[in-house]
Design a protein around this ligand. Structure first.
Ligand SMILES: [Zn+2]
Length: 292
């Protein structure tokens, strides 16, 4: 069972209250659920009421039970289609981790898992065909939501980006991309800093572990909040050498020492360092508050 929070803010037309929603499936399917909620919320903008009754795993697949009232018939059909699509997708996405998966039988218990999660603690899952409907037009290969997800083998072979950061582009600009230090990327020297091509899809687990861009799949390494990351970036840049894999950018986890180093190096304007320090202090404060 998982708890999802923040639904009333994200989907204002679906009648969620402020309480967390309990769902009876694993986190790997959260992305499917959010895609369904986004579709339903868009449809319900036209009026009527939507009530989510239950989300659970049945016979290996995702089932979303809901009720609508006072909706136009085309709205009702659109939501039913989105619900069916969510179910169809679930048979190709690992319920545990969100990578590509297939239905397995664990001594008769059905679960959709990737090859890594087919190796259970107690026994090994056996791939299982069905229950697919020959008349169902759904094709996972034609659905980018499923098709962009890595298999375990592809994930394991992918280059890694450490201390990654999403660069959002302006309205109407190109799609966002990621900055970071690259390792195992054939076209970039290990430990060099750079950016990817535009993002196609990103892992919906928290924290995300992969991103697919126009050119390739990457594994995602460690994440630092943006203000801390900026100080690390400049400290690493002033050190004038590539990052070693496993080493934190900036050479340590001592941000105060990095600020002193940056001020003493004299290569950055002091107003720029003041601004970075201010943003870092505020970020630390917010972090403290959010942790209670
Ligand atoms: Zn998995």
């Amino acid at each position: 069972m998982s708890l999802i929070t923040g639904l009333s803010d994200r989907y204002p037309h679906l009648g969620f209250d402020g309480r967390p929603l309990a769902i009876e499936c694993d986190d790997g399917w959260l992305g499917i659920l959010h895609a369904f909620f986004a579709d339903a919320d868009k449809s319900m903008g036209a009026g009527g009421t939507f009530t989510l009754l239950q989300v659970r795993e049945t016979m290996g697949g995702l089932r979303i039970h809901y009720a609508t009232a006072e909706v136009e018939s085309d709205v009702g059909r659109a939501i039913a289609d989105a619900c069916r699509q969510g179910s169809a997708r679930s048979f190709h996405i690992c319920e545990v981790c969100g990578r590509r998966g297939r239905l397995h039988s664990f001594h008769g218990l059905r679960k959709v898992v990737c090859s890594e999660h087919a190796d259970g603690e107690l026994d090994k899952g056996v791939p299982f065909e069905g229950p697919f409907n020959a008349h169902d037009p759904y094709s996972p290969e034609a659905d980018p939501f499923v098709g962009a997800r890595p298999t375990v083998a592809e994930f394991d072979a992918a280059p890694i980006i450490e201390a990654w950061l999403i660069e959002e582009q302006g309205e109407g600009g190109p799609r966002p991309w990621l900055y970071g230090w690259f390792f195992g990327q054939p076209d970039i020297s290990d430990g060099d800093h750079g950016h990817t091509s535009p993002i196609v899809q990103m892992d919906d687990m928290a924290p995300p572990r992969w991103v697919r861009t126009d050119s390739r799949l990457y594994r995602l390494g460690i994440y630092y909040p943006p203000a801390e990351r900026e100080i690390r970036y400049w400290a690493q840049k002033q050190a004038r050498r590539p990052l070693a894999h496993g080493e934190p950018p900036g050479g340590s986890n001592d941000i105060e020492a990095m600020l002193i180093f940056l001020r003493s190096s004299g290569r950055l304007r002091s107003t720029k360092i003041d601004r970075m320090e201010q943003a870092y202090r505020e970020e630390q404060e917010r972090h403290k508050l959010s942790r209670g």
